[in-house]
Design a protein around this ligand. Structure first.
Ligand SMILES: NC(=O)c1ccc[n+]([C@@H]2O[C@H](COP(=O)([O-])OP(=O)(O)OC[C@H]3O[C@@H](n4cnc5c(N)ncnc54)[C@H](OP(=O)(O)O)[C@@H]3O)[C@@H](O)[C@H]2O)c1
Length: 320
């Protein structure tokens, strides 16, 4: 895809309703406005509403925002989208294009589709705050988009939207709702929010249990994860082998596979199958119905753990 050929004109000819002013909502609304796209923000009375006002928007009720827009973006936490969608779907008209930043609710049937609307997703490969930072620096993030049905007019519009929020400076991949949803969940669970976090914490705790200074353990097992990933991204898997010491390379090659062994690989596969079969989505639905007790307990545990205290201490000393 020739990203330079994507024009802002199609999205500038529309009005976009950003519903929800959180991580993605704020970043997308600000980037759209800076790209000279007409934006209205729908928010409930709360923190997002106040922040939108501070940012110079005039937030309004969801149905009012929908009535003013051609493109309607549902940018709430995935577990909240079904409820708000149910309450607002009556206001979606024939001419509305309905978008999400992640395919979860659409793919697992958590929302009931309306025949006369066209659905799409456009997602950034990075959190909202990173998307906004990159945009402000004149760059952007890799992005993906998917359309419910092949539709040339919608595709041009969605590509234009992607450009306006800063997703066309590197890579913009066309995907499907299924591919985006399954790959996104899989990456989060096995690497980004699951495997990597558990690995850093387990390694940190091991050094601390052995009597080492927690700050030393943090720098070795957590801070350096950031620097090695930056190197890996800059030079690639092979290039990295020439940037690290032979001792580090040998230690990694003889020990890494003891952690990611055949049992771990089978578990990774099982995690994928739970995503594919919908078992994970069902488990998440039950957690939401119970008021998210596991999430709250885990958050509390992380908040009070030595890892967090060590991180806060290092940040106070200027670590970034
Ligand atoms: N985190 C990311 O940057 C990221 C990256 C890629 C894709 N995504 C996707 O983007 C979408 C949005 O995620 P997010 O992380 O941006 O969400 P978020 O920051 O958690 O969304 C918060 C917003 O939702 C509102 N909200 C929450 N519960 C509500 C309710 N019951 N009724 C009305 N408003 C409610 C909040 O209002 P208050 O301020 O009043 O609480 C706030 O405006 C999701 O589909 C997610 O998968 C997110």
């Amino acid at each position: 895809m020739d990203l330079n050929s994507i024009s802002l004109a199609p999205i500038r000819a529309k009005t976009v309703a950003i519903l929800g002013y959180g991580n993605q909502g704020r970043a997308q609304a600000l980037n759209l406005r800076d790209s000279r796209v007409s934006v209205v923000v729908g928010a409930r009375a709360g923190a997002g509403y106040r922040l939108a006002e501070k940012d110079g928007f005039q937030p309004m009720a969801f149905e009012t925002a929908i009535s003013k827009a051609d493109v309607v973006m549902y940018l709430f936490p995935d577990q909240v989208i079904p409820e708000i969608y149910r309450e607002t779907r009556q206001f979606l008209k024939n001419s509305h294009w309905v978008g999400f930043a992640h395919g979860f609710c659409y793919h697992y049937g958590w929302i009931e589709k309306i025949e006369h609307c066209q659905y799409f997703l456009v997602g950034s490969k990075g959190a909202g705050a990173v998307l906004r930072d990159a945009f402000e620096r004149g760059s952007g993030l890799p992005g993906v988009y998917a359309l419910e049905n092949e539709n040339a007019e919608l595709e041009i519009l969605v590509q234009s939207y992607a450009k306006a929020i800063g997703l066309t400076s590197h890579v913009l991949l066309k995907t499907t709702f299924q591919e985006e949803t399954e790959c996104d969940l899989f990456g989060e669970q096995t690497v980004l929010c699951g495997g990597l976090m558990e690995l850093m914490e387990a390694a940190f705790n091991t050094l601390v249990d052995e009597g080492f200074n927690p700050e030393m353990a943090f720098l070795e097992c957590c801070y350096e994860a950031k620097t090695i990933i930056e190197l890996w991204m800059k030079y690639g898997p092979y290039g990295l082998t020439q940037k690290i010491s032979p001792t580090a390379f040998f230690g990694g090659l003889t020990r890494g596979q003891r952690i990611i062994d055949e049992k771990a690989k089978a578990e990774i596969k099982r995690i994928f199958q739970e995503i594919r079969s919908g078992a994970f989505a069902e488990e998440w639905k039950k957690e939401v119905e119970k008021g998210e007790p596991q999430l709250q307990a885990r958050r509390e545990r992380i908040k009070t753990a030595l890892l967090e205290k060590t991180y806060q201490g290092l940040v106070r000393q200027g670590l970034n």
